[in-house]
Design a protein around this ligand. Structure first.
Ligand SMILES: [Zn+2]
Length: 272
């Protein structure tokens, strides 16, 4: 009887050890030359001697927080999931394409920052290929009307419709994707414009912060940066243009935003 009891305890201990070893092996990060392959809390795996990055939808053991966002009041980006406490802002760059767009892409890429480019179709004929390249590099192309007219001042609905639809058609032709975002030039619109934009399946977007680079004083780097980061908060939508001085000061601005602990929202994560 005593032996049977001892045997049972022994089997139980062996099973516990086996279970522990099995679980430990399963959760241990893969190693390369003895160094665990963990980057930013995400495990990389080795498949056929090739290191494979984790999938976007990788969920680690202690979190399953959605990284999707929605636009509220046209000027705030809010996480769908209240558990998402990430400090993040959205960059928007208006009035392109221009001969400076490619330089802007390089600066954004250096900071691993995505953005929405609100374009005017009228600028495309002097900047062939720029919209396609911007889209290919993973940036969003937004509709900012064909020729940057003040929509609020238009009495004629046909003009309003033409300005919006012609731009949508161009974006569709060049990127094979309809634009998801719309911004009215000068931030001027009316209920009809907003209804039209909604019917076209676009998200209407204003801004909550700007470098105010339409002011000549923003040639000064400090003025440009201070304007942009004044009242910066999580979910801010920042407006910048493609002016030469804006491009010259952009790298400094992105660094200043990062130093405040913000990351940059990918427009692809905005779903409504
Ligand atoms: Zn504009």
């Amino acid at each position: 009887m005593k032996n049977k009891k001892l045997l049972a305890i022994l089997i139980f201990l062996i099973m516990t050890v086996i279970t522990y070893v099995f679980l430990y092996r399963k959760t241990e990060a893969p190693k390369l030359n003895g160094v665990p392959l963990i980057v930013e809390d995400k495990e990389f795996v080795i498949k056929d001697s090739v290191i494979v990055a984790p999938q976007d939808n990788f969920i680690n053991s202690n979190s399953s927080i959605s990284t999707k966002y929605k636009i509220i009041n046209r000027d705030l980006v809010t996480p769908i999931d209240a558990k998402n406490q990430q400090k993040a802002v959205l960059l928007t760059i208006d009035d392109g394409p221009s001969k400076r767009t490619k330089e802007i892409l390089d600066i954004l890429n250096k900071h691993n920052a995505k953005a929405i480019f609100f374009i005017n179709g009228i600028n495309e004929k002097h900047n062939k290929g720029v919209i396609e390249e911007t889209y290919k590099e993973g940036f969003a192309i937004g509709n900012h009307t064909w020729s940057h007219i003040d929509l609020k001042k238009q009495k004629d609905v046909v003009t309003i419709e033409k300005e919006i639809n012609r731009n949508t058609e161009l974006i569709k032709n060049l990127t094979k994707t309809p634009p998801l975002f719309f911004r009215a030039p000068y931030g001027e619109s009316n209920p009809y414009v907003r209804k039209l934009v909604k019917e076209d399946g676009m998200i209407f977007m204003d801004w909550s912060g700007a470098a105010k680079d339409w002011e000549k004083s923003t040639i000064e780097k400090d003025v440009f940066i201070n304007n942009a980061i004044l009242n910066l908060h999580s979910g801010s939508i920042l407006l910048i243009h493609e002016h030469p001085w804006s491009v010259a000061n952009l790298d400094g601005l992105l660094t200043a935003i990062e130093e405040k602990g913000y990351t940059f929202i990918d427009p692809k994560d905005i779903i409504e």
